[in-house]
Design a protein around this ligand. Structure first.
Ligand code: HEM
Length: 224
């Protein structure tokens, strides 16, 4: 495609949106499991009566978690096997992230970036750790419901507290992640690429100049 660069494959797009949609459903039904919706009259809003029923929200939470865990496991194995580690942090990312975030507010110049911005790489690890903690504690919560797996009340309640707290951290991370994408116009082309897979060459040249150089080098190597 003239003037465009491939940023995400269809597999990556599916991976992201399955994770995102199941993640949003998990946050919503997780709050329902607490249970908050009946207590705060959300269940009285027309169409939301089901959110006040513990069995229904728990079932939806279970179904969404199947898709979430599938997407997380696929992500780890798929990119691990292919050796795609572009989202892992590099030395100096913290300082560079401050510069990128300041530039989003119009303060200073944005440093040249690779395929991913330094703040994306840091956010990825942060989100990754939270996701691993929620997933493991969630699996323990499912297993302890089986009659042949018995946990001591202490272990069970510590596991539940960790699951709930990491759920809240995940919710905050989600709000920051979506906020950074939506509130800053400079990130809108990235959002578009999360649907189409393609991004403008001029945008890449300007914002992801290190990635642009790598792509151009690869093309000239192939042409030799
Ligand atoms: C629970 C929900 C979600 C999870 C777990 C999630 C996870 C991720 C991860 C791991 C990345 C790659 C690293 C990063 O940029 O931090 C990413 C990128 C991205 N996400 Fe999400 N996401 C979620 C929801 C959303 C939503 C609702 C939107 C739409 C506003 C969105 C838009 C994007 C965009 C635009 C990128 C950057 C793509 C690029 O660099 O080309 N995400 N997401």
């Amino acid at each position: 495609m003239a003037g465009k660069i491939k940023r995400h494959s269809i597999i990556e797009i599916l991976e992201h949106w399955i994770l995102a949609i199941s993640g949003i459903i998990l946050i919503f039904t997780g709050l329902g499991c607490l249970p908050l919706f009946k207590r705060y009259y959300i269940a009285e809003i027309p169409g939301l009566a089901w959110t006040g029923d513990f069995n229904t929200v728990t079932t939806v939470h279970y179904i969404a978690s199947i898709f979430f865990v599938m997407a997380v496991s696929f992500h780890i194995f798929y990119h691990g096997i292919r050796g795609e580690f572009g989202l892992l942090p590099k030395r100096g990312d913290f300082g560079q992230s401050i510069k990128v975030l300041s530039a989003m507010f119009g303060i200073g110049e944005e440093p040249p970036s690779d395929k991913y911005l330094p703040e994306q790489r840091l956010a990825y690890v942060g989100m990754g750790i939270v996701i691993v903690v929620i997933t493991l504690t969630g699996i323990i919560k499912v297993l302890k419901n089986l009659e042949w797996i018995v946990l001591s009340p202490n272990v069970e309640s510590i596991n539940t507290v960790i699951h709930t707290l990491s759920g809240f951290v995940f919710m905050i991370a989600f709000v920051i992640h979506v906020g950074i994408v939506i509130c800053f116009k400079s990130n809108w082309p990235l959002l578009k690429s999360m649907f189409t897979g393609w991004i403008d060459e001029d945008y890449v040249k300007q914002r992801h100049s290190l990635w642009y150089k790598k792509i151009k080098n690869e093309i000239s190597e192939m042409e030799k």
